[in-house]
Design a protein around this ligand. Structure first.
Ligand code: SME
Length: 162
């Protein structure tokens, strides 16, 4: 259950994401800014990064883009691997409250306890995703999901419209 202060913080960060979108000169700059914003302002978002589908790759592969947080060994992820692969192949947000209990999970850091991965769409097609890891169990409630989905939508719109 989100507290009032969580809600206030989430609204504040959503508005900051809008400002970033207005100020960014490209989708790439927006993505960089979003990783910084989410990692710095949302206390439980210990790793925030983008994985984008490589253009023309067959079979498809997700490639690590901008991120903030610890270095990850997973710089390229197939669609049949990990929580990341599950979100990209299904086109649905995946929330994992306890990564130790999800056999799909690809470990990046021993400290990670929960994760959310949100697909990014352009013209109804998945083009990538926004991935957040937390050192806390069940860190991502409904409001977090809405915030991360909102950020993913901003990026999808910028990728389409420039
Ligand atoms: N845990 C992800 C891999 C990416 S790292 O979290 C940064 C997964 O299971 O797909």
């Amino acid at each position: 259950m989100a507290t009032k202060s969580d809600t206030g913080k989430i609204d504040e960060v959503r508005q900051a994401a809008d400002r970033l979108n207005a100020e960014s000169r490209s989708a790439d700059e927006l993505m960089k800014g979003i990783t910084l914003l989410l990692n710095q302002q949302m206390l439980k978002y210990n790793w925030a990064g983008f994985y984008m589908l490589e253009a023309g790759a067959n079979p498809p592969v997700l490639v690590l883009g901008h991120y903030r947080g610890a270095m990850t060994p997973h710089t390229r992820i197939s669609l049949n691997q990990g929580i990341c692969g599950a979100a990209a192949s299904s086109g649905k947000t995946v929330v994992v409250d306890d990564v130790r209990k999800d056999p799909r999970y690809l470990a990046c850091s021993l400290e990670t306890k929960s994760e959310i991965v949100v697909p990014i769409f352009v013209d109804g097609q998945v083009v990538g995703e926004l991935d957040i890891d937390s050192h806390f169990l069940a860190a991502f409630g409904d409001e977090d999901r809405e915030l991360v989905e909102y950020c993913a939508q901003l990026v999808g719109a910028r990728l389409k419209n420039g």
